[in-house]
Design a binder for this molecule. Sequence first.
Ligand code: UTP
Length: 291
Amino acid sequence: MKITSAVFPVAGLGTRFLPVTKAGPKEMLAIVDKPLIQYVVEEAVQAGIKQLIFVTSSNKRSIENYFDSNFELEAHLVEKNKLEVLETVRNILPKDVQAIYIRQPQPLGLGDAVWRAKGIVGNQPFAVLLADDIVDSGSDSCLASMVEAYEQTQSSILGVENVPREETSKYGIVSLDNDSKVGDATRITGIVEKPKPEDAPSTLGAAGRYILTPRIFELLERIPKGVAGEIQLTDAIAELLKIEAVYAYPFKGRRYDCGTKIGFLEATIAYALKREDLKEPLMAYMRKIIS
Ligand code: UTP
């Protein structure tokens, strides 16, 4: 089956970015001039996703507005003959890609947010992308390589990355069966949410990209609350791998954890340096403040 649906859980409270997230979504914070959510949506579209399912909450209306057309703004840009920027504003989403919004009434955890997409996803494998994690894989899409891994394994795939041992308590940490490989994907034998460094079975952390089979929904329904009193996607995946193969895929490229202030700042500098119009003035400014 082809992967054509992606779930974007964007209903969290973004407490690490307070006060700015008091009145606006973390996912709309801009890296240069595009919001975080657009980076992950572009990655998904590049991987062939046609149906974007946003799991939102009351504070997140600006995400819907962002992916919708804005007639007044477009008319203004036409009148002022600002045609280049008009194209940018009009083409946020390709014509053949549909955006669907569903609500998570309470922030009960990532697992609960994903479960809310069940009725729309239906009985097909789907992707989950967290806007916190921006992956710069050059001109390639991180999710596209995971879709290829799915096509080879026909199993759930978790995007993983080696993380510093002192940071294992921020991630779902996997253990692997290194004798069971399909291409670059390795079969997972266990996953544990946010273990202390001394308890972590490895330093391979699940990093914001998942391809999941629909079996996950029935497991999400059954699992009790886990770490932080939330329904954890990791706990459902731990159940899933008891009944199906689940693979870890170490994705290529540089990941920025934009859910943290330092990760967000690093991404801002890295993406600004990739822009022809900003590279030189930004370098000059950095040289000045460093000297
Ligand atoms: P995070 O825990 O990183 O995001 O969840 P958060 O809760 O918004 O931020 P902090 O930790 O308070 O600063 C990862 C992703 O899962 C979504 C978040 O929006 C984020 O994109 N999420 C989390 C939900 O959609 N619902 C939830 O109940 C929890």
